[in-house]
Design a protein around this ligand. Structure first.
Ligand SMILES: [Cu+2]
Length: 152
């Protein structure tokens, strides 16, 4: 019979590594940067659409699974498409940015849907872009209205 005390040194060694294991996902570096981010408010009681450009400068794909910000009750990833002459949009679970690639959320395509928006025109909001690997990227979103010209 093996006495449990014999395992004590191994247990101590394991416990010593635990803080590192727990801290690892937060400290995980990412090759993803976010630029050109903004929410466009149409009417106060409607969801606001958000757009951003994701740049992956790394050698591995980076997958975005969502976004959190105090400016929205919740945020969904959406994709617009035109089918049989009808404009439609549908939720997507994630988007993956290929290595050394740029992925654009832009009008007419991928966008963020800011539900229960608490956005104020001209007041930037910070958002946390959540990654599948447990990391995140913080980005500043401008808050704009609909321009008379219809763009952006
Ligand atoms: Cu949408």
């Amino acid at each position: 019979m093996i006495h449990p005390a014999r395992y004590r040194p191994a247990l101590v060694a394991l416990l010593a590594t635990l803080p590192w294991l727990i801290a690892a996902p937060r400290a995980r570096a990412t090759s993803l940067t976010v630029s050109g981010a903004y929410f466009r408010v149409v009417l106060p009681n409607l969801p606001a659409a958000g757009y951003m450009t994701l740049t992956n400068s790394g050698v591995r794909p980076v997958t975005v699974i969502g976004l959190e910000t105090s400016g929205c009750g919740s945020v969904m990833l959406h994709r617009s498409m035109n089918r049989n002459g009808m404009d439609r949009m549908a939720p997507v679970p994630s988007v993956t940015v290929a290595p050394h690639s740029v992925f654009r959320f832009a009008p007419g395509g991928y966008h963020l849907m800011c539900m229960s928006a608490r956005l104020r025109l001209g007041h930037d909001v910070l958002a946390r872009v959540k990654l599948q690997n447990g990391g995140s990227v913080t980005a500043r979103f401008a808050v704009i209205g609909v321009h008379p010209s219809g763009s952006p």
